[in-house]
Design a protein around this ligand. Structure first.
Ligand SMILES: Cc1ncc(COP(=O)(O)O)c(C=O)c1O
Length: 473
């Protein structure tokens, strides 16, 4: 098993491809999710410490009979929960090849061609976003790590004082920003939560007021975070205006585009991202709206030398000797990790294999699905929108006629129960959020398989499942 013959590798590969083909072939017929318990799954897994090996068919059987049916089917066209990409067959092959080669992208000499491929792919991402030619970055595990690397760089670039540092982000900002501030020792209490308007975008008057108050108190404002697609509602903050405020107060401008920034590829959304290319750094997630399987996030710095000042470390055991400048390149100078997977291969295969034109069309179609859902909800009187649709996230709730005269709390409780029942039913999957203190059903279209018809099925599923709930609230 440890060192299989070429015949064995071929046989294993054929079995895996057969399984994958069957799985993806009838995905629509699977339930997205169902009722399952930790105990039931543990009961199916042989927990004995394996002193002797098992043949490959035995391993694959566990994957087929336990892992697949007891997983949420993230590639299903009606998986609308969270910000979940479906993955693609192309990227699954890329991951297989990357693991077969087992390149470790620390420095150029460790993986010359893979490092060049990552630099090339990062440059394509830079061009997609419209950043200047000097901008650069690297792939990381996800948006969390990209935000952490960017905030670390912001602090390094702006921290020239022993006074208290302050950073600013709207109250709708993803928790990974506050987490980065906590981990970096900036302190949770120094992340100032700026108010949002009725579209859930940052209120720049409140931003300026908070900065002024902090300056007056003798604190040092150093960074403002703008959202290019909030996780709750998909709101894109006014980027040009935020850049102007950042310039005025000499702040680092970081954009969290983990969910939304690749929507710049869709013509109908492009205008929302004007000014994005002026950010000092941006966090992106190809494992969200480039449809790739986890994990691959990305951070781009407008001036990568600032990141170098943050992350570069020298040690005798890693000293690069006998290389020219290009070949002395080290990714560890630009991010927190040393050993790094060959994540670039799947991004490169996707961009090169699918092309920006088709990717833009797929994203456009996701946007159209969310807008269609909104139009259906607005046209019916048994559903109501809780936030406007900006990108592909939709927040709404079900208010059947018998609930219309009930209290807001009763409607919230009903929708909470409805959400759990929908998830257990398995035909469609939504997640939840709270907006303005009210519970909301929340969906996000992030799958090239999702169609307008799926949005109609979602509403029908909700109505059908709602009828099975007790009517008393
Ligand atoms: C806006 C935003 N920022 C950051 C993150 C964190 O990204 P990741 O899960 O890739 O670490 C998410 C995840 O959904 C997100 O939506």
């Amino acid at each position: 098993m440890l060192d299989p013959s070429t015949d064995e590798i071929r046989n294993w590969g054929n079995s895996v491809i057969q399984l994958m083909t069957n799985y993806l072939g009838d995905l629509r017929d699977h339930r997205v999710y169902g009722r399952m318990s930790s105990r039931e799954i543990r009961g199916r897994l042989d927990s004995t410490l394996p002193t002797h090996g098992t043949d490959f068919d035995g391993l694959l059987k566990v994957f087929r009979e336990t892992i697949i049916p007891f997983s949420r089917q993230n590639a299903h066209p009606r998986m609308f929960g969270y910000v979940q990409s479906p993955g693609t067959a192309l990227a699954a092959f890329a991951d297989l090849l990357a693991s077969a080669l087992n390149a470790n992208l620390t420095v150029w000499r460790s993986a010359p061609a893979p490092v060049e491929l990552e630099r090339l792919t990062i440059d394509w991402v830079r061009q997609i976003l419209g950043f200047n030619a000097e901008a650069g970055g690297l792939f990381v595990s996800g948006g969390s790590m990209a935000n952490l690397a960017a905030i670390a760089t912001a602090r390094q670039a702006k921290n020239r004082s022993s006074a208290r540092l302050r950073m600013y982000a709207s109250s709708e900002t993803h928790f990974t920003i506050a987490k980065a501030a906590a981990l970096l020792g900036i302190g949770l209490e120094n992340v100032r939560h700026v108010a949002v308007d009725k579209h859930f975008k940052i209120r720049t008057d409140d931003l300026v007021a908070k900065i002024n108050a902090d300056v007056e108190a003798g604190d040092i404002p150093f960074c403002v975070v703008a959202n290019a697609g909030t996780v709750n509602t998909g709101a894109v903050d006014p980027l040009v205006e935020i850049r102007e405020i950042a310039n005025r107060f000499q702040l680092w401008m970081h954009v969290d585009g983990s969910y939304g920034a690749f929507a710049v590829l869709a013509k109908s959304a492009r205008g929302l991202f004007a000014g994005l290319e002026q950010a000092d750094s941006i966090a992106l997630d190809p494992h969200k709206w480039l449809y790739l399987p986890v994990d691959v996030g990305c951070v781009i710095y407008r001036a990568p030398e600032t990141a170098q000042a943050t992350f570069a470390h020298d040690a005798e055991y890693t000293r690069i000797i006998g290389e020219e400048a290009d070949e002395a390149f080290a990714f560890w100078d630009y991010g927190p990790e040393l050993s790094r997977r060959f994540r670039a291969l799947k991004v490169w295969m996707l961009l090169k294999g699918v092309g920006l034109h088709s990717l833009g069309e797929a994203i456009e179609s996701n946007l159209a699905c969310a807008r269609y859902l909104e139009s259906l909800v607005r046209a019916r009187n048994d559903f109501e929108m809780v936030a406007p649709v900006e990108l592909s996230i939709f927040c709404f709730r079900h208010v059947p006629s018998h609930l219309r005269s009930e209290s807001p709390q009763a409607i919230d409780e009903f929708n909470e129960r409805l959400l759990i029942a929908l998830q257990r039913d398995g035909s469609s999957y939504l997640s939840n959020t709270t907006l303005g203190g009210r519970f909301a059903l929340r969906g996000c279209v992030l799958n090239y398989r999702t169609t307008l018809r799926d949005m109609e099925i979602l509403l029908d599923d909700l109505r059908r499942v709602a009828k099975t709930l007790p009517t008393s609230v």
